[in-house]
Design a protein around this ligand. Structure first.
Ligand code: PLP
Length: 392
């Protein structure tokens, strides 16, 4: 038998990708499964973006590019930060990667030494803790449950910081909860960090454009412009432009850190796909009305699903600020269902008995919940809720 590295043994495969694969396999075997597990919009990539990529192929733009991204895409990223976030960056402060996932992976690899701590509020995007572990870092989880609207408090943050803390991760609006921090809340969290100048901040703004509450999007740099030299902004085109398969994410931050991340990338993937970069450039520079179309639909589904879930005895679902997820608490429901002890068993029960695939909250560090993706048609959502109601 083959002896594998301790590194790989310390992590688990992405549970969200696993549930999607399981649902696909059951469907292929003839089972009628409604998938509410997906972490991607159900819309097609807009036509003008596809057209830019087709043109790139036909004009022979099919070779290696600079590792950190083409000049054109980096310019579009810089313009986007200026336009949407009021942030100024130079080209040497931008790194384009193969998805937002690689951006964070590069960051962890470039920043962490063995034993370095990364503070991750739970519920968290499933991949943060594992990517920290892959970099020999230590994930330090702060629990921010439903009672506090899934947001960490300044006191919790202060209590979690140790001399080994290198990084705080903020993801707002959040996968899986859909909760977004307000400017005031970010100001208060940042005030704690004023006392710990050596702690860096990663703000994962992947869902920036899928936001309906709280008015304009804000991140920690809007609340604390003075953190410019210790903050890395992560974003990408996957969610906002329905481009998950194209694999383009980007990071902006202090030049020495971006340069280090670029070295990691140069020895792993090299540049992201040349064709996808042209498509991403068009996404950022082109007509933005495609986002509005998606938003209207997501909001409609959100309102429906939240109301329906709350009408089920034992389920409590907070309305979200954005994203295409809702994250209901099902603890009371579990306590009245015989033979189902936790959210993992509940998710198993739903896929087997109701034909509804979704991700248990434990995967996000928050047991007693389930994550429902609303990135599917209204008909699917209606049928899924009917099935869930009948099953419970
Ligand atoms: N950040 C968050 C919070 C996410 O939910 C995701 C995708 O699920 C990503 C980053 C990475 O996106 P991608 O690698 O597909 O660009």
């Amino acid at each position: 038998s083959i002896t594998l590295s301790n590194r790989v043994k310390a992590v688990k495969p992405s549970p969200t990708l696993a549930i999607t694969a399981r649902a696909a396999a059951m469907r292929a075997a003839g089972k009628d499964i409604i998938g509410l597990g997906a972490g991607e919009p159900d819309f097609d990539t807009p036509d003008h973006i596809k057209a830019a990529a087709i043109k790139a192929i036909n004009s022979g733009f099919t070779k290696y590019t600079a590792v950190d991204g083409t000049a054109g895409l980096k310019k579009a990223v810089i313009a986007k930060f200026k336009r949407d976030n009021g942030l100024d960056y130079q080209a040497n402060q931008i790194l384009v990667s193969c998805g937002g996932k690689q951006s964070f992976f590069n960051l962890a690899q470039a920043l962490l030494n063995p034993g370095d701590e990364v503070i991750i509020p739970a519920p968290y995007w499933v991949s943060y803790p594992d990517m920290v572990l892959l970099a020999d870092g230590v994930p330090v989880i702060i629990e921010a449950g439903q009672a506090q609207n899934f947001k960490v408090t300044p006191a919790q943050l202060r209590a979690a910081i140790t001399p080994k803390t290198r990084l705080l991760v903020i993801n707002s609006p959040s996968n899986p909860t859909g909760a977004a921090y307000s400017l005031e809340e970010l100001k208060a969290l940042g005030d704690v960090l004023l006392d710990f100048p050596e702690v860096l901040i990663a703000t994962d703004d992947m869902y920036e454009l899928i936001l309906w509450n709280k008015g304009e999007f804000v991140n920690i740099l809007n609340a604390h412009p003075g953190f410019y030299d210790r903050t890395i902004v992560l974003n990408g085109v996957s969610k906002a432009y329905s481009m998950t398969g194209w694999r383009i994410g980007y990071a902006a931050g202090p030049a020495p850190l971006i340069e280090a991340m670029c070295i990691i990338q140069s020895q792993s993937t090299s540049n992201p796909t040349s064709i996808s970069q042209v498509a991403a450039e068009e996404a950022l520079n082109g007509d933005q009305s495609c986002i509005d179309t998606m938003m209207v639909e997501f909001k409609k589904r959100h309102d429906y699903v939240v109301a329906e879930l709350n009408s089920i005895d034992g389920i409590e679902c907070l309305p979200t600020d954005g994203t295409f997820y809702v994250f209901p608490n099902v603890e009371k429901l579990l306590s009245r269902l015989d033979g189902i002890n936790d959210d993992l068993e509940f998710a198993e029960f739903l896929i087997e008995k109701a034909g509804v695939a979704l991700v248990p909250g434990s995967a996000f560090g928050c047991p007693g919940h389930i994550r429902i993706s609303i990135a599917t048609s209204m008909t699917n959502l209606e049928n899924a809720l009917l099935r869930i109601k009948q099953a419970v």
